[in-house]
Structure formats: C-alpha cells, structure tokens
Design a protein around this ligand. Structure first.
Ligand SMILES: [Zn+2]
Length: 352
C-alpha cells in the first residue's frame, strides 16, 4: 500500500473546496450582447476585417467584429486635421490594413493625430504606424518621454512586447483640440487605468469613452494594475456632470453606442463598492481565468475587481511579495507531501 492512496483523495477534496464559485461562461461574459450587435447595422464591411459606420459625415466608428473583444476605434475628422481614437486590437490577419491605413481612407491628406484611450494591448496595436501621437499630460507619462519617444511597457499594456510611440505633444486634462471647425475636449479620467482618456465633442454632443465605460463585454474591468475604484467613482460622477441626458456615448467594446443611463448605472454600482455596500461574488473572468476576481453585479452590469483587497493594494509590491512567499511555501509543502506519499509504508511483520 502506498500513502498516495490516502493523500490523493484528500488533495482532490481540498482542490474542489477551493474552486471558484464558478467559471464565467460566454453567456455570462457577453450578457445580452450578441456577435451581430457588436457593430451597428448601419456599418459596412470595408474588407474582411473592418466594419465602418459613418456616425455623421465627419465621425466614423471603425469596428473589428471578428476580434475577440469586439473592439471599436473612432476617427473624428475636422476641416484641417483628424483624430484617431485608438489603434486597433492587434488581432487583424497578417497583411491586412493597419488602422492608420483605414483612417487615411477617410481623411484624404489631412494630418492624423493618434490619441489612445489608454495603453492596454487591445487599443494600441497599430500605434507605431502613426507619426503624430498625442498623450495625456501626466507627470508619470511626461517623465518617461525621451527624445520624443514614449515606450509602453509590458506591464502597462498587459502584452509581451514594448511599444515605442512617436510623441508629437502632450495635452492636459480639460484642454481643447481644434481640428478646424470642430473641437474636442480631452479628459483624463482614471479608474480603468490612470491614463484613461475620454473625448467630448460638445457641439455634436458625442462622448468617446474608450474603456472607461462601454456596453457591454464581460463587464467593466477594474482589476488591472492601474485600476483605482475611488478614482473610478469620482470620475464616473464627473462624466455624468459633464454630459446631458441626450448625450451620445461611444465605447471601445461591444455595442458601440449607449446612453447616459448606462453611465449612471456604472456610477451607482461603483458607489456601492467604494462605500463598502457591494455584495461580491468570486468568479473567474475569461480575460484572466486563473484568478478568482471579485465581481459586483447590478443587472446587466458586471464590475470586476481584484480579490480580497482593492487594486492599489493588490498590485502593491508588498502584496506581490506576500503572494510570492505564500506561493513558494505552498509549492514546497506540496512537494514534501507528494514525496512523502510516494514512499511505501513499511509494515513490520516481525511480531506476527
Ligand atoms: Zn483596457
């Protein structure tokens, strides 16, 4: 008889007991969003990858309906120049058009400024193809620009590679960009990430929100290393105050267009989280299935955040050190248990 016949059932029981409440299934992840709804019926497939909707004569939603997260970037054109808001998911097939080439199709020879809604991997793929990148003016970003190059690191982007950007300028929170006959006000709204940017065209009453708020793709992500629940709540309230009941909202994932009620729902849900009134479940999320995230659900809205403690503490170096130490101890203990279980039990028959 070997000890593993005793140890194995114990380990299996412990494993089952430690399982997450449940894995998030696609039906839950996508809520009431279905593939055909992730880009407007008014859009047209311009090739095998991109679906483009002319929201008006100078505003284009460029959707990637075959991407895993149904990304939408936006092209906002003025009389003298244009702004590209985000640079693609990075999932387009090799040899297909870059987001820069798609933008050029609608802007003629006008110069194009790229503004990134934030630095996550699924919004920056073709950023290096743009000669004019304007970043939000924050001390942590300005300090990292060397010889006109800002490099997005793997931790910021959640990707494997480093992304150098050609920075043409910085723009501060609240500043207005003049595109010639069209102005965009730029807001830095930390929450999803610190550098999250929202663009507001007051004249057209259009807001482009990136990942700060979108509808709906597995819910709102507030578990990233730059996420901050308190800032998220403050800035969702700020965006509510900046906008109106009839403002049109355009997000970067899922159904591109949504209304202010969805932002109001986000604001209420964040309020329950920061005031300690949230009822969390622990679930896995398809973007990071190995981790039991906390989720606060309010109707169709899911907000995912870090387990046990809020993001700023979860991602702090002390927490990472604690996790690394506990993991090492657990692995060492398991190693000892397995080695012990594989040792045959010696039965002393001398007295029989
Ligand atoms: Zn993101």
């Amino acid at each position: 008889m070997r000890r593993w016949t005793v140890v194995a059932p114990v380990l299996v029981s412990l494993g089952l007991a430690g399982c997450f409440e449940r894995i998030v299934e696609p039906a839950d992840v996508f809520g009431d969003v279905h593939r055909g709804e992730t880009y407007s019926p008014a859009s047209t497939m311009i090739d095998d990858w991109y679906a483009v909707e002319a929201i008006d004569a100078q505003t284009y939603a460029i959707n990637e309906p075959k991407s895993s997260q149904y990304n939408t970037s936006y092209l906002l054109v003025g009389e003298t120049r244009a702004v590209m808001f985000d640079a693609g998911s990075g999932e387009r097939p090799a040899g297909s058009r870059s987001m820069r080439e798609v933008a050029a199709r609608y802007t003629g020879n006008k110069p194009i400024t790229l503004i990134l809604s934030h630095f996550h991997y699924d919004h920056i793929a073709d950023a290096a193809a743009f000669d004019d990148v304007t970043l939000i003016d924050r001390p942590d970003i300005g300090a990292e620009i060397t010889d006109g190059i800002y490099t997005i690191g793997p931790l910021e982007s959640h990707a494997m590679d480093w992304r150098p950007l050609k920075v043409a300028g910085l723009i501060a929170d609240g500043d207005v960009l003049d595109l010639g006959g069209r102005t965009l006000q730029v807001f830095n709204l930390p929450g999803h990430t610190t550098e999250s940017v929202v663009l507001f065209d007051r004249h057209r009453n259009q807001v482009f929100t990136g990942d700060f708020v979108y509808r709906h793709l597995g819910g709102i992500i507030a578990f990233a290393s730059g996420s901050d629940l308190t800032a998220y709540k403050e800035n969702s309230t700020r965006l509510l105050h900046l906008t109106h009941a009839d403002t049109l909202f355009f997000g970067a994932h899922g159904i591109p267009r949504f209304d202010r009620d969805w932002l109001a729902l986000l604001d209420r849900a964040l309020d329950t989280m920061v005031t300690g009134h949230a009822t969390y479940r622990y679930v896995a999320h398809y973007l990071a299935p190995g981790m039991p995230w906390r989720v606060q659900q309010d109707g169709d809205l899911y907000i995912y955040t870090t387990p046990l403690v809020d993001p700023h503490l979860f991602w702090s170096k002390w927490a990472l050190l604690l996790v690394a130490t506990v993991s090492l101890l657990v692995f060492y203990s398991l190693f000892r248990i397995v080695r012990w279980s594989l040792t045959p039990i010696r039965v002393d028959r001398s007295g029989v």
